[in-house]
Design a protein around this ligand. Structure first.
Ligand code: FES
Length: 286
C-alpha cells in the first residue's frame, strides 16, 4: 500500500510568516514591553533547544532512532527548526556565502570585495575584486583574512582557489567521435545556444522529463525530478554563482555539477549521459 506524504509547504510558510509578524510587532512595542517580549522569546527558544537536544541525542544512540532522525531532517519544517537551534548546520555553500557576507564590511573598508564562484571537492573558488586582487601586501592580507575565515567556519573546505577577474569559460563536454544514435536511446535536445550559461531547459522524452543545465559552460543532464519527493526541478532556483539548483517545493539544494544534494547528503539527482554534436545537445535518459 502506498502512502501519500502530506505536503505541508503552505503550513510551514504560514507558521514562518506568523513568527515574522509577531517579531515585527514586538519590535514596535515600547522599550519595557519590548524587553519582556524578547526575553519571553529567548526563554521559549532555550527551553525548546534543551528538549530538542535531548530528543536528538537519544535518537542518535539507537540505530533505528538514527534512521528516523535522518528521515525527519528531510522534512523542511524539522530541518528549519533544527537549523534555527544550531542542531544541524546549513550546507557548506550557504555557510561559505555567509562567511563572505560577514567579511564584506572589512574587505570593503579596505577597498576590496570577494564573491563565491564555485565550491567543488572541498575547494572554494573565490573571485576577488579591488584591493583584494594583485600581489600587494594589503591584497595578501585581505586574501588571508577571507581564507582563514572560510576554513575556520566551513571545515569541509580544505582550500581556497582564487579565480581571476576575467573568467575563462570551460570547454563544453563534446564526446563527438561517435554520432549519438536514436536506436541506442539517444534523444535530440536543444541547440547549445538555447541553453546559455546559468540557464536550464527541460525536454520531454519517452523516458520522462530531462533537465539540461549549463553552469559556467559545463552542460549536465539530470532526470527532472527532485531527489526529495520527485517534484519537477525546472522551475527551481538556479544560482549561477554557486552552481546550485534549489527545489521550489521544499528547498532541497543540489550541486549542479555532481547532482549531489547539499541539504540531505544521502540524496542525489539522477544524471544522464550528454553529448554535444554540431552544436546540438543529445541526452540518453535511462
Ligand atoms: S520535492 Fe521536496 S525539496 Fe524537492
Amino acid at each position: 500500500m502506498t502512502q501519500t506524504v502530506p505536503d505541508d509547504t503552505g503550513l510551514l510558510e504560514q507558521a514562518a510568516a506568523r513568527v515574522d509578524a509577531a517579531v515585527a510587532a514586538a519590535n514596535k512595542l515600547e522599550p519595557t514591553a519590548q524587553t519582556v517580549a524578547t526575553e519571553l522569546k529567548h526563554a521559549i527558544e532555550a527551553f525548546h533547544k534543551l528538549a530538542l537536544n535531548t530528543i536528538v541525542r537519544r535518537l542518535k544512540q539507537d540505530p533505528h532512532g538514527k534512521a528516523i532522525l535522518f528521515e525527519l531532517v528531510e522534512d523542511p519544517a524539522v530541518y528549519a527548526l533544527l537549523l534555527m537551534h544550531g542542531i544541524v548546520r546549513a550546507d557548506p555553500v550557504t555557510r561559505a556565502r555567509r562567511v563572505l557576507d560577514n567579511a564584506r564590511p572589512y574587505m570593503q573598508s579596505h577597498g576590496g570585495d570577494a564573491e563565491l564562484v564555485d565550491v567543488r571537492d572541498g575547494v572554494a573558488y573565490v573571485r576577488l575584486h579591488g584591493s583584494c586582487n594583485g600581489c600587494s601586501l594589503s591584497a595578501f592580507t585581505l586574501r588571508k583574512h577571507v581564507e582563514e575565515a572560510l576554513l575556520r567556519e566551513v571545515p569541509e573546505m580544505t582550500r581556497l582557489e582564487v579565480v581571476t577577474d576575467q573568467a575563462t569559460p570551460a570547454i563544453l563536454r563534446a564526446e563527438a567521435q561517435e554520432m549519438p544514435a536514436v536506436e541506442k536511446g539517444w534523444v535530440r535536445g536543444p541547440a547549445v545556444t538555447e541553453v546559455p550559461p546559468g540557464q536550464m531547459v527541460s525536454i520531454t522524452t519517452e523516458r520522462g522529463s530531462v533537465l539540461i543545465v549549463n553552469f559556467a559552460n559545463r552542460l549536465s543532464a539530470y532526470r527532472n525530478a527532485c531527489a526529495h519527493q520527485g517534484r519537477p526541478l525546472n522551475d527551481g532556483i538556479l544560482d549561477p554563482i554557486t552552481g546550485t539548483l534549489t527545489c521550489r517545493w521544499h528547498g532541497f539544494c543540489f550541486d549542479l555539477q555532481s547532482g549531489e544534494c547539499l541539504t540531505a547528503p544521502q540524496a542525489q539527482l539522477e544524471p544522464f549521459p550528454l553529448r554535444v554534436v554540431d552544436g546540438i545537445i543529445w541526452v540518453r535518459p535511462q
